[in-house]
Design a protein around this ligand. Structure first.
Ligand SMILES: Nc1nc2c(ncn2[C@@H]2O[C@H](COP(=O)(O)OP(=O)(O)O)[C@@H](O)[C@H]2O)c(=O)[nH]1
Ligand SMILES: [Mg+2]
Length: 425
């Protein structure tokens, strides 16, 4: 404010002086004249004078030159002040440093992670009641770690469907650590198991990319694994992120399967493309892709059949679906092919992984029903053997029971110290 007032005073004085000299010289001026040097000169630098205290440092600006000519009139003073404010006025206060916002975001992330771990812990209660509780019981009353204990640990891991190969590798490492004196007590064995589980699960896992429009996620797996339920949960997740999602009822063999997808579609507010019962699943998915392209959908999620008893035709059919998708997408493959595996099926899930990977480029796994199984450990064997990332885990039948898989949270939840309840299970 002080600057503006000082400036107005200076300019009024300069204007008055110019008016005085202009009036004195008026009779001698021709009718059409150029402004006198006196009229041009003082007015021009005025806008750039930062304050009355520093009149010796004028800084003319391009904008400021414009109102200089009619300096004798009082109006330009106002205009000049405006220009002054716009060009060298006090800059707006800088935004507050981002530290507060960053800290708040970090706290929110930590809170979400804590909540996730709590949910996964709850979901994995059966698994912990299974092999983790059995491991915990092995330590009861022992004062030292010896090779007989390691053998018992191996047995527990194998019966937990972690797989013979993966269990063997874990045991080999434990044996080496015991030899080199790193396994002094129970706690060090738990730490080592946790670290090895993290290592196994840490396969490259870039986030699902949905940058293509439309992106396409193909869901495959045997009947009853949880494909349709997972599609409903996924659709809800992406709709919640503001995506326009279309569902394709590619399981054309069972009317009930189409109906089930339609129920999910209504619930999560996504249209469903379906064909006649028994129609070609590729054609249904093709039609869905075309509609998505024409109507600006972001994502198509395609369901498929999973008749296990007719294995060969199913795999041939899925390969055909895969080729049709590439045709529909102009040569591009599906953005994700997710294999849905039911965690309660243990070793069976391991075989399914083999079978589907022979036919398709499975890019990720969705492991369902982890809430109701003592066999959650099988995830370690599957990932160790196939190096395919787990994308999501299913911890129940509700729409919110799908969790993005995070190996650190998973290991933390899986190896949470068993409480009295799980130990008694
Ligand atoms: N407890 C539990 N049940 C699930 C989960 N995912 C799916 N289900 C149930 O498993 C059954 C088969 O699921 P569905 O989606 O029809 O399997 P699909 O045949 O592969 O499509 C249904 O009763 C689902 O509610 C899960 O994560 N936990
Ligand atoms: Mg289904």
């Amino acid at each position: 404010m002080d600057i503006v007032i000082s400036l107005i005073i200076v300019l009024v004085l300069v204007g008055a002086a110019i008016a005085f000299f202009a009036r004195r010289s008026k009779p001698t001026l021709p009718a059409k004249h150029e402004p006198t040097p006196a009229a041009r000169k003082p007015a021009a630098p005025a806008p750039a004078v930062p304050s009355a205290a520093k009149p010796e440092a004028p800084k003319p600006t391009a904008k400021a030159a414009a109102p200089a000519a009619p300096a004798a009139a009082p109006r330009p003073v106002e205009e000049t002040v405006e220009v002054e404010v716009a060009t060298v006025g006090t800059p707006p206060p800088p935004p507050p440093p981002p530290t507060a916002a960053v800290a708040a975001a970090a706290a929110a992330t930590a809170e979400v992670r804590e909540r996730d771990i709590a949910a996964i812990k709850k979901g994995l209660a059966s698994t912990r009641g299974g092999f983790i509780a059995r491991l915990a019981k092995l330590f009861g009353g022992r004062t030292s770690i010896d090779s007989s204990l390691l053998e018992e640990i191996e047995e527990v891991l194998i019966t937990a469907d972690i797989g013979v190969k993966t269990s063997g590798r874990i045991l080999e490492r434990l044996g080496e650590q015991m030899q080199s004196g790193q396994l002094a007590d129970e706690e060090s064995v738990w730490r080592s198991l946790r670290a090895m589980a993290s290592d196994v699960l840490a396969v490259p896992n870039k986030p699902i990319a949905l940058s293509n429009k439309p992106a396409l996620i193909l869901i495959v797996g045997v009947n009853g694994a949880g494909k349709t339920t997972t599609i409903g949960k996924l659709a809800s997740r992406y709709v919640g992120q503001g995506k326009k999602v279309l569902l394709a009822a590619g399981d054309t063999y069972r009317a009930a399967a189409v109906l089930q997808l339609e129920v999910w579609g209504k619930r999560v507010d996504c249209p469903v493309i379906k064909g006649k019962e028994g129609s070609d699943p590729g054609a249904v998915i093709f039609e869905a892709v075309k509609k998505a392209q024409d109507e600006g959908y972001d994502l198509v999620i395609a369901d498929t059949a999973g008749r296990l008893h007719t294995k060969a035709p199913l795999m041939e059919e899925l390969k055909k679906v895969d080729r049709t998708i590439q045709k529909a997408l102009g040569g591009r493959a599906a953005d994700e092919i997710l294999l849905v595996l039911d965690a309660t099926t243990g070793q069976n899930a391991v075989q399914q992984m083999h079978m589907f990977r022979e036919a398709l480029q499975v890019s990720g796994v969705v492991l369902t029903k982890l809430d109701g199984t003592a066999k959650g450990g099988m995830i370690l064997g599957i990932v160790d053997e196939h190096k395919v990332p787990v994308r999501f885990i299913g911890l129940g039948e509700r729409v919110e029971d799908l969790r993005e898989f995070d190996s650190a949270s998973f290991v933390e939840a899986l190896f949470a110290k068993p409480d009295g309840e799980t130990l008694a299970a």
